[in-house]
Design a binder for this molecule. Structure first.
Ligand code: SAH
Length: 243
């Protein structure tokens, strides 16, 4: 009897732990938004809401789950990282989304940024150059029920011409300069958020004027993984690119 009660107690404790209680992360997400995001000046209520409601722990390897809501980037495999929550919120706020946009993301990675955008816009198209990452992100996003995200294995330097123009473009890897096809695929009045540079990177917001010229504004220094070229040789073999 004593053993039986002990067993029941242990079972109860383990079920109410992080892995057993499916709501354990809500409070962590709440604190993440308050301490890391609002305190640093993010104000858009729609962005704050989606950062509170997106289950970030589903986008990282299970052994790192407990760190999902910490104030930093985390590895997601293949030498890549999911960005710090504040940077995701900042880049999302800079896009000034209203709700009916068609968006392009370069660098699907885990799918987290695409999931954040999904709740704020009408359609998200996301390109990833590493096959394993795009495959697992696609399965993950489907399982979690995201319906308006379309992923593609491809090279972000050429964008997604068949779906252009886009109301907004977000680049989550750093090119050394802004790829012209992305500017071409941005709608007039649209916004492109992109980190650029090699050793010193700057997060930039690019807006496109009526006459096709662009305006660029530096926001803050950042550190992103580099946006790679398929010919760099460290990528999956067999990727077809029209360059
Ligand atoms: N947005 C992701 C994090 C991206 S990390 C998330 O929320 O998890 C940057 C990603 O850009 C990596 O997955 C990397 O493989 C991808 N990447 C790098 N160069 C690329 C290119 N030329 N085209 C498309 N994706 C690229």
């Amino acid at each position: 009897m004593v053993y039986y009660l002990l067993f029941l107690t242990i079972t109860f404790i383990s079920c109410s732990s992080e892995s057993g209680n499916s709501h354990w992360w809500k409070e962590k997400a709440e604190q993440m938004v308050e301490k890391q995001i609002e305190r640093r000046g993010i104000k858009d209520p729609r962005v704050l809401k989606v950062m509170r409601e997106t289950p970030r722990h589903h986008f990282i390897p299970p052994h790192l789950e407990k760190m999902a809501y910490n104030d930093g980037p985390l590895p997601i495999g293949e030498g890549q990282t999911i960005s710090q929550p504040y940077i995701v919120a900042l880049m999302t706020e800079l896009l000034e989304l209203k709700g009916d946009e068609k968006m392009l993301e370069i660098g699907t990675g885990s799918g987290y940024q695409a999931a954040v955008l999904s709740a704020l816009v009408s359609q998200v198209f996301s390109i990833e150059i590493v096959k394993n990452l795009v495959d697992s992100a696609t399965v993950r996003l489907n399982k979690l029920g995201y319906k308006n995200i379309t992923t593609r294995w491809g090279d972000g330097y050429i964008g997604w011409p068949e779906e252009a123009p886009f109301d907004g473009i977000i680049v989550t890897a750093a090119p050394d300069k802004i790829p012209q096809p992305l500017i071409d695929q941005l709608m007039v009045g649209g916004r492109l958020v992109v980190p650029t540079g090699t050793r010193r990177q700057e997060l930039k917001i690019i807006t496109k004027n009526d006459d096709g010229t662009i305006q660029s504004k530096n926001i803050i220094p950042v550190r992103f993984v580099p946006m790679v070229h398929p010919e760099d040789g460290n990528l999956d073999k067999g990727l077809e690119v029209d360059r």
